[in-house]
Write a protein that binds this ligand. Sequence first.
Ligand code: AMP
Ligand code: MG
Length: 352
Amino acid sequence: MKILAIDTSADETAVAVVEGRRIISNVIYSQIDIHKKWGGIYPTLAKQAHEERIDGVVEKALKRFMIYDLRFKNIERYMDGIDAIAVTQGPGLAIALEVGIRKAKELAIQYQKPLIAVNHLEGHLYSCFAQNRFGKPTYEIKFPYLGLIVSGGHTEIVLIKGHLQYQVLGETLDDAAGEALDKAAKLLGLSYPGGPVIEQLAQEIGQIDKYHFPRPMLQSRNLDFSFSGLKTSFYYYVRELPEKEKIKSIKYLVSSFQEAVFDVIVKKTESAIKQTGVTNIIIGGGVCANLYLRKRLRAMVKKNNGAIIFPPFKYLTGDNAAMIGIVAGYKAKANQFVKNSDHLDRVTRMSL
Ligand code: AMP
Ligand code: MG
């Protein structure tokens, strides 16, 4: 079954064509340049950019799919090869989600295709199972998994017992990991999004934890996260620093901040392994693009005799629609289609 999937949950207009786990085409139009000067996502600009781009991105994804499948060379018939339309229902920014949902409904009605609604967080987890168009990598999916989502909007640890079966074991009580990194960077006058900038600066000094900022929630046995205490302590420390000193220490500051955030992520994941006995980990979300975090997670999982799967392509760590299409394939198998598209609406806060 070939699925055209759409995601407009935040600042990426993304459309993909997916068959099972295979990604046939994957187009992402990032709005980062638009939001950069605001230091975060500016909702009305996001909506406008999605609206301006969505048709073009759908067309591009379909064209790339046609190049792959020559039977559908005629652009007039480009939807013939598509069996269903999938769209992110939430969580995300309301006015951004609405653009994708409207487009998905429009396509479903015009071409008489079934519609599948997907939770963006499921997408992040399933991004680990993605294969390229040749079906690589070939490993089989073997449940149970522990899923770790570390993105700009979410930080969660999830037990996944089978396809589409989730049990949230822990989540953030305030800021998400990516959000914490973005805010720390903003405080220091660094550009948006902060995660990759921090990674690069920390790399330049070889990642040194000079300041030992607090590791919130590390002592508690539960698997929830909280980054607001760390953020506050960082804020007061930076505020007291003379400007000259701040500039001189910037790499040590971000490096120490990153270390605190990652320490919490790695140790909570390890606690989840110990509590559940599940040692196979999947991970998704923009923060898992960080090479230092990957290294630390790999080492921890190895120590626990487990295995960790990262989303296979670099562009799959952040937001994309390919991951939405992969989930949709399993939902179609389970006959989970939208019954009445009139009733499909965005859900800005949506859990697994
Ligand atoms: P997402 O919400 O999945 O689109 O991911 C966006 C978040 O990932 C933002 O908060 C970014 O700062 C963060 N991020 C992206 N790349 C990196 C990186 N290399 N290291 C740390 N965080 C990152
Ligand atoms: Mg995301």
